[in-house]
Design a protein. Structure first.
Length: 131
């Protein structure tokens, strides 16, 4: 108990806050307020992917049901990445969501459809193009 999986330090980093955790099969991912999304192997806790997104403040992260993508929401908008390579698959600025300044929550409803919530109470459906 108490081991920091990011820095391997028993006390963590007081300047970084984990704001979202998601699990799929043998992996889990953590989004933090240092603009970094990290993906780990569940069996070994070894980091397999680190994305520096320069995407401002994160609010949520989630794997797609098929595990092929991982999405983050935040003050920047919505970004969807390939969960293996880290390639950006989709970016929608928060301004693409009428009346929203910040996206607060995200959930996939299928591999290519999702619901996105905003700080203004808005709830939006997003269709992701099939890769």
């Amino acid at each position: 108990f108490g081991r920091d999986l990011v820095d391997k330090d028993p006390h963590g980093d007081p300047h970084r806050t984990v704001v979202g955790i998601t699990v799929h099969a043998g992996r889990f991912a953590a989004a933090a307020n240092d603009d970094t999304l990290r993906v780990f192997d569940r069996a070994t806790y070894r980091r397999t992917l680190r994305l520096f997104t320069d995407a401002s403040l994160f609010n949520n992260c989630e794997f797609s049901p098929d595990g092929r993508h991982i999405a983050i929401t935040g003050s920047h908008g919505l970004a969807v990445f390939d969960a293996t390579t880290g390639a950006l698959a989709l970016h929608l600025h928060a301004l693409a969501f009428p009346g929203a300044d910040e996206l607060t929550i995200f959930t996939f409803t299928s591999p290519h459809r999702a619901l996105v919530g905003a700080e203004n109470g808005g709830l939006f459906e997003v269709t992701l193009e099939a890769p």
